[in-house]
Write a protein that binds this ligand. Structure first.
Ligand SMILES: [Zn+2]
Length: 215
C-alpha cells in the first residue's frame, strides 16, 4: 500500500539520485575539460610531397594519439597540396596550426634536420614544415615505417608551434636517431611529462584566447 508521504519520500530519493548523477556528469565533464581544454587544437597537414593520403592519415592518427597521451585533444585535417600556395581544402572555419610536408629540406634552419617551425624556440607560431626526403631517409636506414617517423616529426613541430622548446628526451628531443625510430614504432617515443604539462597549458591558453573575443 502506498501512502502519499511514502511516495514523496521515494520521489525525493529519486530526485537526490538524479541530482547526484547529474553532478557526477558535471564533475566528469569538468575533469575532461581540465584535461583536454574545451576545444581541440586544430592542425591542418598540407602535403606538397605526394606522400599520399593513406600515409598522411596514418601519421595524423599516430600524432593525435601522442597529443592525447599528453592530455591535449587535437583535430587533424589532411589537405593534399597543389601548386597553389594555399589550396582550398574546404576546412570548417577556425584557426589552424599548419604542417606543410615538402619534398626537400632547402628551407632548413639550424636545429631540426627533418622539419622546422617558424617561431622562435619557446614562443608560439602557426606555420611549420616537415621535410619528407629526410623522413624517408631515416625510415629506410632504420627499416621503420615512414608514417610512424612522419608522425613523430609532425608532433615535434606542432609542439614547437605550441611554444615547447627542445627537451633531453621524448618527442621534443632535437634530432631523431634510428633508435628513436624503433621506439616510435613501439609507441614508446612520447612527450615527456614536463613537455606534456607545457602543451596542456598552451592548449588551454589557445582555447581561452579563441573564445574571449581576441583580448
Ligand atoms: Zn625541434
Amino acid at each position: 500500500m502506498w501512502f502519499p508521504s511514502e511516495r514523496l519520500a521515494r520521489s525525493g530519493r529519486e530526485n537526490a539520485i538524479n541530482t547526484w548523477k547529474s553532478s557526477m556528469t558535471m564533475a566528469w565533464m569538468v575533469a575532461i575539460a581540465a584535461c583536454y581544454g574545451q576545444e581541440p587544437v586544430r592542425v591542418v597537414v598540407l602535403d606538397y610531397s605526394a606522400a599520399g593520403r593513406g600515409k598522411l592519415e596514418t601519421a595524423a592518427k599516430i600524432a593525435q594519439r601522442e597529443f592525447r597521451l599528453a592530455g591535449v585533444q587535437t583535430d587533424w585535417h589532411i589537405c593534399l597540396g597543389t601548386t597553389a600556395a594555399q589550396p582550398n581544402c574546404g576546412l570548417p572555419p577556425g584557426t589552424y596550426l599548419q604542417v606543410k610536408i615538402v619534398p626537400g629540406s632547402e628551407i632548413r634552419r639550424s636545429g631540426d634536420s627533418m622539419g622546422t617551425a617558424l617561431c622562435d624556440l619557446g614562443k608560439r607560431g602557426v606555420l611549420s614544415f616537415v621535410f619528407s626526403s629526410e623522413v624517408k631517409r631515416l625510415a629506410q636506414s632504420a627499416s621503420r615505417d615512414f608514417s610512424v617517423i612522419l608522425a613523430s616529426v609532425m608532433a615535434h613541430e606542432v609542439g614547437h608551434l605550441l611554444g615547447v622548446a627542445h627537451s633531453p628526451s621524448g618527442i621534443m628531443k632535437e634530432g631523431l636517431t634510428a633508435r628513436d625510430a624503433t621506439d616510435a614504432e613501439k609507441g614508446h617515443l612520447n612527450f615527456s611529462p614536463e613537455d606534456a604539462k607545457a602543451l596542456r597549458a598552451a592548449a588551454r591558453d589557445m582555447v581561452v584566447s579563441a573564445t574571449d573575443g581576441g583580448h
